[in-house]
Design a protein around this ligand. Sequence first.
Ligand SMILES: [Zn+2]
Length: 129
Amino acid sequence: MKKKKFLEKKLKKIAYERVDTLMKLAEEEAKKGRWDRVKRYVYLARRIAMKMRLKFPKKWKRRICKKCGTFLLYGRNARVRVKSKRYPHVVITCLECGAIYRIPMIREKKEKRRKKLEKKLKAKNKVVE
Ligand SMILES: [Zn+2]
């Protein structure tokens, strides 16, 4: 049982490395403008991750379009904008298929919430005093 788990871990590590390599290749090809190859690499990387039930590497997670499966080269085929309306977030637009990805800036939000809570607590303490 223990041995099996060990083996699984090892296999996952290999798969993870493979995904990383494929994504690096995809980035290189994207810079060269060979989009058909890019799509193939991304497809393979995603398939390996899925088959091995890997979490897609954080580093690459935001670099692929989930809709059309291309590599997002910021400034080339993807637009990145920071928005603060309603809540602070980053918007990534795939210029190939028009898919929009909103990434909330949670860390900033949490900080804001914490500050608010601190203020509240301070106010409460004053009442107790
Ligand atoms: Zn797309």
